[in-house]
Design a protein around this ligand. Structure first.
Ligand code: BGP
Length: 472
């Protein structure tokens, strides 16, 4: 692409993405309450950010809470135009249902936004990144309970009002469609998934959809300049074979994701969901007020993209979790990362087109990246670094497809790589699954200095941003 004009529009929002629970640390400082992530046992080592013990260093994240100035300076050095982060709800309302917000928590994000402003970096803020306050989970069964809508409204009003002149771009719920598969992570539902009826699961989802629309409404009232988007886990499903029943299966599997974007973009439930509810005797409590609220549609659609998946109508071939995140069947034409996530750059062009021409709303890629085992080395200048050519290749290949999609006519606001600084993995709670341009000296056994080092990809991404994508 190098000898061509940049295909990325002027003002394209290049940057990186994070989530509070995976990198802030300071799980109980300055009045923060626990979130569901703080006790969530995952991976081989158990909990995430609860009480730090020697063999459970994940508990401190990577300490952005105390090192945000240093980290933001590094993002600025790469030329970031935007930085995606989340607000930890339980820093603001420690129990979720408190009547007054925690001033110390609010002050922390003031400081972060002020620091970003120094470098003209636009914050892109997720209101809820798998971070339901633990007390709401235990005491109310999370989003299964309609009351959560009110608590969420109080929280979003508080942060929208407080930061109305500091933040313009907002996302409501991270990967809202994953609630269908992970009701605890997605919605703080304390009842174990096996005991949750399908009806309760969809009611839970309904509450989140209403809360998301309510956030759009309230946000636009507080500042009409706000741009508020939904956020979907983007996994396109290909038919495993050209057999018509496989094609239909792929269509059905896609709807498990697209349903969420459909409601956010169109302001009502699609007919195919009404059919699904009818055929499964699911009767949701959807009030007239809910229906009115849902009409507050989003300004843009954002999504994460790591992989595609294949769908089959043949139950014998349909082995759940055979290499992809939400089940599905492995694609024989694709290779996978060390964690079994199949790498498919062209799938990104495909889903960009699918979403854009379905909704005709601006899109934003808010996560994409490669989790890998990085090796820290000392280079000839005695600098510590990582030669992560594999990461550069992964991102370059994906961005070339993004440029193709832009040429296809897709309106794209920006691109933030996931985990621009190494952070704790969401699915495995490990730190060795690294995504960053910045290496953090921290290991799964709790050792490490927390020093930051620039990887080779750091300089590559800096060049990509400086040339607005021309060096790809
Ligand atoms: C997405 C989540 C992120 C992030 C990313 C990478 O699903 O929104 O929180 O962690 O996946 O996943 P992992 O950390 O499991 O490699």
């Amino acid at each position: 692409m190098s000898n061509l004009e940049s295909k990325f529009p002027p003002g394209f929002l290049w940057g990186g993405a994070t989530a509070a629970n995976q990198f802030e640390g300071a799980y109980n400082e300055d009045g923060k309450g626990l979130s569901i992530q703080d006790i969530y046992p995952k991976g081989i080592k158990g909990g995430r950010t609860a009480r730090p013990t020697e063999d459970n260093m994940k508990l401190v994240g990577i300490d952005f809470y105390h090192r945000y100035k240093e980290d933001i300076a590094l993002f600025a050095e790469m030329g970031f135009k935007t930085f995606r982060m989340s607000i930890a709800w339980s820093r603001i309302f420690p129990n979720g249902d408190d009547s007054e917000p925690n001033e110390k928590g609010l002050e922390f994000y003031d400081k972060v936004f002020d620091e970003l402003a120094k470098y003209d970096i636009e914050p892109l803020v997720t209101l809820s990144h798998y971070e339901t306050p633990l007390a709401l989970s235990k005491n109310y069964d999370g989003w299964k309970n309609r009351k959560l809508i009110d608590f969420f409204e109080r929280y979003v009003r508080t942060v929208f009002t407080r930061y109305k002149d500091k933040v313009k771009y907002w996302l409501t719920f991270n990967e809202i469609n994953s609630t269908l598969h992970y009701p605890y992570m997605g919605a703080g539902v304390w009842t174990p998934k096996e005991r949750l009826s399908t009806e309760d699961l969809y009611q839970t989802i309904h509450h989140k959809l209403v809360a998301s629309a309510l956030a759009v409404k309230v946000g636009h009232e507080i500042n009409p300049e706000f741009k508020i988007g939904c956020m979907i886990l983007g996994i396109p499903n290909y038919p495993l074979t050209p057999k018509p029943s496989d094609v239909i299966q792929a269509m059905q599997d896609d709807r498990q994701n697209l349903f969420f974007a459909d409601v956010h973009a169109r302001g009502e439930y699609p007919k195919y969901m009404k059919r699904l509810f009818k055929e499964n005797n699911i009767e949701l409590n959807i009030t007239n007020e809910d229906k009115e609220l849902l009409k507050h549609t989003v300004d843009f659609i954002s999504f994460s993209y790591y992989m595609s998946s294949c769908s089959t109508s043949d139950p014998e071939k349909d082995i759940q979790g055979e290499g992809n995140f939400l089940g599905g069947v492995a694609n024989p034409h694709l290779e996978a990362s060390d964690w079994g996530w199949q790498i498919d750059p062209e799938g990104l062009r495909y889903i960009l087109n699918q979403l854009y021409y379905r909704y005709q709303k601006p899109l934003f890629i808010v996560e994409n990246g490669l989790g890998a085992n990085d090796e820290l080395i000392t280079d000839e200048n005695e600098n510590k670094t990582v030669n992560d050519d594999y990461r550069i290749k992964y991102l370059n290949d994906h961005l070339v497809q993004v440029a193709e999609a832009i040429e296809d006519g897709v309106e794209l606001m920006g691109y933030t790589t996931w985990g621009c600084i190494d952070l704790v993995s969401n699915s495995t709670a490990e730190l060795r699954k690294r995504y960053g341009f910045i290496y953090v000296d921290r290991y799964d056994d709790g050792s490490g200095t927390l020093e930051r080092y620039r990887k080779k990809s750091f300089y590559w991404y800096k060049g990509v941003i400086a040339s607005n994508g021309q060096i790809l």
